[in-house]
Design a protein. Structure first.
Length: 520
C-alpha cells in the first residue's frame, strides 16, 4: 500500500460521514451513509488484496505514542483481517435494510451505525490493550441507542438489559488489564501474546477476561439479554449484532485468553465444554417452541456460538480454524436470516410464524434465498455452515468424544427447528389473504440478500480463500498452546512429553510458525 495508513482511513471515513449525517436532511443522510460504507468496503477489499499471506504476522501497522502506557497502535493479522472484511461487508447491507423502515431521526440513526462501524474495525485492529478496551466498550453505546430509540415496543427494557449485562462483565477485564500492564511493563498486545504470566495468576486473569467475553458471545447462562435485544432491535440492528458484535467475544478468546493464559485455558477448558454443551442442547430446545421468528433465530445464534467456544478450546488447528469459519459463516447466515425476517415484517408488520404460510407461491425468489440461508444454518455441504462445523467437530473429537456427540445433537436439533420454521413460512396452505398478497423481492432487497448468498456459497465451495489468510496465525497460536495442551492431544508430536514441548517452544513468532509446520 506504499505506506498508506489504510486502517486509520477506515476509521476516519465513518467518523466524518457520521458527523455529516447529523447536519443534513433524512434523504441526504441515507445517501452519505451508503456512500461511506461502500467506500469502507472498497478499502476492506484493498486491505484483503494487499495482505501478504506469506509475510509478517502483523501488517499495516501504525503506532503513535499518546502518553506513557497508551499508544494509538493499529495492525492486523489474518484473523483480524477476515473479521474486518466481514464488518465492512455487512454495513452497506444494513444501510439498505434501513432505507425505508427507518423514518424518524434518520440522521442520528445513520450516524449511530457509522460510529458502530468505526468501533468494530477498531476492536479488530487495535494493538494497544487499552485502545482495544476503549473500542470494545464504546461499541455498547451506539447499539444501546439503536435498540432504545428505534426498537420495538419493549425497547427500553431490552436496551438497558443489553447495556448492563455487557458493561458489568467488562469491569473485571479492566482490572485484569491493569494488573497485566503492571506485571509486564507493556500494553502492546503482540508482546503480551508471547509473555509468560505466572501460572497461578493466569487462572484469575482468565476468569476476569472470561466474564466479559462470555457475556459478549453470549454463552449460557448469561445469554438472556440476546433474545430480548434481537426482538426489540430494528432489522439492521439485529444483523450487525448477530453478524459482528457477538464475534468480539470469540475474537477476545483468540487474542487474549488462549495465547496469554495457555495454562489456565487448559485447566479451565472443562468450564467451556460444560457451558457450551448446555447451550447447544438447551437453547436448541427453546428455539423449537418459539412463535416469534426473530427469537427463534436469536436462540439459534447462542447454539452456534457454543460450537465456536468448544472449537477454540480444543487445542488443535482443526478446532481453531473451524471456530473462525463458524464465526464468519454465522455472521453471514444469521445476518441474512434476520434480513429475511425483516423483508416480510416490512410488508405485514408481524413476526408471528403462524401469520405466514405458503410464501413460495407468491414470493418464490424470497423463498429460494430463505431456503439457501436455512440450509446454510443447518450445515448443508456446499454452504459455509458445513465447512466450519465439520472442522470444529473434527477438532473437538480429538479431545472428547462425549463433547462431540452432544454438539452433534445440537446440530440435529438445529436442523429440526430451522426446517420446521421454513416449512411453516414458505410451504403449506395460504390461510391469510394479506400474506398471500405480499409482493416478491424488489431491487433493494435483492441488493441486500444477493451478495450474502454469493458469499455463503463461495465459502462453502472454496473455503481456502478464507482459511489461507489465517493459517499462519492459527499455527502460531497452536504452537503457543502446545506447552499446555491436555495429555494425549493429537496435535502434539507422538511420544513427546509436554515438558519437552514447552522447553522447545521458540520465542519468536516466525519460529512459532516453523514449529507448528513441523509438528503437523
Amino acid at each position: 500500500m506504499g505506506g498508506f495508513p489504510i486502517l486509520s482511513a477506515m476509521l476516519l471515513v465513518p467518523l466524518v460521514a457520521a458527523m455529516a449525517c447529523l447536519l443534513v436532511r433524512a434523504g441526504t443522510a441515507r445517501s452519505i451513509a451508503l456512500v461511506a460504507t461502500l467506500l469502507n468496503l472498497a478499502l476492506g477489499i484493498a486491505l484483503w488484496a494487499n495482505y501478504d499471506i506469506g509475510g509478517a504476522q502483523w501488517q499495516f501497522t501504525e503506532r503513535h505514542e499518546i502518553f506513557q502506557g497508551f499508544s494509538y497502535a493499529l495492525g492486523i493479522d489474518g484473523i483480524a483481517l477476515l473479521l474486518i472484511v466481514l464488518s465492512v461487508f455487512l454495513m452497506p447491507i444494513c444501510i439498505l435494510a434501513s432505507w425505508e423502515s427507518i423514518q424518524k431521526r434518520v440522521g442520528e440513526y445513520m450516524a449511530a451505525f457509522l460510529i458502530m462501524e468505526l468501533l468494530m474495525i477498531g476492536v479488530f485492529a487495535a494493538q494497544d490493550m487499552f485502545l482495544f478496551y476503549i473500542f470494545f466498550e464504546a461499541g455498547l453505546i451506539p447499539m444501546y441507542l439503536i435498540i432504545g430509540i428505534w426498537g420495538g415496543a419493549n425497547r427500553i427494557y431490552a436496551s438497558y438489559k443489553f447495556f448492563l449485562y455487557t458493561l458489568l462483565g467488562s469491569v473485571l477485564m479492566l482490572i485484569a488489564m491493569l494488573w497485566m500492564v503492571n506485571a509486564s511493563g507493556t500494553t502492546d498486545i503482540p508482546t503480551l501474546m508471547n509473555y509468560d504470566f505466572p501460572v497461578k495468576a493466569q487462572t484469575w486473569l482468565w476468569l476476569a477476561f472470561f466474564a466479559s467475553f462470555a457475556v459478549k458471545m453470549p454463552m449460557w447462562p448469561v445469554h438472556t439479554w440476546l433474545p430480548d435485544a434481537h426482538v426489540q432491535a430494528p432489522t439492521a440492528g439485529s444483523v450487525i449484532l448477530a453478524g459482528v458484535l457477538l464475534k468480539m467475544g470469540g475474537y477476545g478468546f483468540i487474542r487474549f485468553s488462549l495465547p496469554m493464559f495457555p495454562e489456565a485455558s487448559a485447566q479451565l477448558m472443562w468450564v467451556i465444554f460444560v457451558l457450551s454443551m448446555a447451550a447447544v442442547v438447551i437453547t436448541s430446545l427453546i428455539a423449537l417452541v418459539q412463535h416469534d421468528m426473530k427469537k427463534l433465530i436469536a436462540y439459534s445464534s447462542v447454539a452456534h456460538m457454543a460450537i465456536v467456544t468448544v472449537g477454540l478450546f480444543s487445542f488443535n488447528v482443526q478446532g481453531l480454524e473451524g471456530s473462525m469459519i463458524v464465526m464468519l459463516s454465522h455472521g453471514l447466515v444469521s445476518g441474512a436470516l434476520f434480513l429475511c425476517v425483516g423483508v416480510i415484517y416490512d410488508r405485514l408488520h408481524t413476526r408471528e410464524i403462524d401469520r405466514y404460510g405458503g410464501l413460495s407461491i407468491n414470493m418464490p425468489h424470497y423463498a429460494l434465498l430463505f431456503m439457501l440461508f436455512t440450509m446454510a444454518s443447518v450445515g448443508l455441504p456446499g454452504t459455509s455452515g458445513f465447512v466450519g462445523e465439520f472442522l470444529s467437530l473434527a477438532g473437538i473429537y480429538k479431545v472428547s468424544t462425549t463433547v462431540t456427540l452432544v454438539c452433534t445433537t445440537g446440530i440435529i436439533l438445529g436442523a429440526a427447528y430451522m426446517l420446521y420454521l421454513y416449512r411453516r413460512v414458505a410451504f403449506g396452505e395460504q390461510k391469510n389473504a394479506d400474506a398471500a398478497a405480499m409482493s416478491d423481492l424488489n431491487l433493494r432487497e435483492w441488493l441486500m440478500l444477493g451478495p450474502i448468498a454469493a458469499a455463503v456459497l463461495w465459502m462453502g465451495v472454496y473455503p481456502e480463500s478464507f482459511l489461507a489468510p489465517m493459517r499462519k496465525d492459527i499455527a502460531a497460536l497452536d504452537a503457543r498452546l502446545s506447552r499446555a495442551a491436555p495429555s494425549g492431544d493429537a496435535h502434539l508430536v507422538a511420544g513427546e512429553p509436554k515438558a519437552e514441548a514447552a522447553n522447545a517452544m521458540p520465542e519468536g513468532v516466525g519460529e512459532h510458525e516453523a514449529t507448528a509446520e513441523g509438528a503437523h
